[in-house]
Design a binder for this molecule. Structure first.
Ligand code: FNR
Length: 189
């Protein structure tokens, strides 16, 4: 079976190192995983005033998640937590009440930062949010990638064989996790 994976980049920066990491992950992923980005950049700041009539950009964003077999979140850590833009996007995905598109959606979280902690704290802040939204999460492999200059090229090529092998293992685990979750919770159930 082929799975269609939507990925969300938690950074809006042009030269985002997390966007580079996403490219690397796509390159080493099993062939059965197909990827498309679910962009968050143009979402307005959420308010429940929108619940009666979501703007097209928010409808598209939610449809992107709903139409994916699984969602991969590749995100920096901002101030020891989730970047505001990403949290805003997740808030959109969760509303209106009763129309949370993360429910039963297989997810995985990964990130990179220049610091040694490699987004560990940011990822740990994201997990309870996904948990509250009832999204099954891959618990292991965990991946906290410390970004060194030239670790990942603009084309997604990884300069360190060890890191590349680790990212490959991460994506193989995600593939297995998606297959497992969708066996228990088929998508249109
Ligand atoms: C950061 N950075 C950062 N790094 C980290 O490891 N822990 C943190 O808490 C923070 N906090 C933080 C807040 C804000 C507002 C910014 C802009 C940056 C540094 C961060 O890891 C670095 O800028 C990365 O390049 C961010 O990833 P992207 O945006 O390049 O993918």
């Amino acid at each position: 079976t082929t799975y269609n994976v939507g990925y969300i980049i938690g950074s809006l920066a042009k030269n985002s190192i997390n966007r580079k990491l996403a490219k690397a992950l796509i390159q080493v992923a099993p062939e059965k995983l197909k990827f498309h980005e679910i962009p968050i950049r143009d979402l307005p700041l959420y308010s429940y005033d929108y619940d009666a009539d979501f703007p097209a950009v928010a409808k598209d964003f939610k449809a992107g998640i709903k139409g994916s077999d699984a969602v991969l979140i590749v995100t920096p850590e901002y101030n020891r937590s989730v970047p505001g833009g990403l949290k805003n996007a997740i808030d959109w995905a969760s509303r209106p009440y009763g129309h949370n598109v993360f429910a039963n959606k297989p997810t995985a979280v990964i990130g990179t930062s220049p610091g040694a902690i490699g987004t560990a704290v940011g990822q740990q802040a994201l997990r309870p949010i996904l948990g509250f939204l009832n999204a099954p999460q891959m618990n292991a492999v965990e991946a906290y990638i410390q970004f060194k200059p030239d670790l990942i090229g603009d084309d997604g090529a990884v300069s360190s064989p060890e890191t590349e092998a680790f990212l490959r293992k991460y994506m193989e685990s995600f593939h297995a996790f998606i297959a497992h979750v969708l066996t228990v919770l088929p998508r249109d159930a």
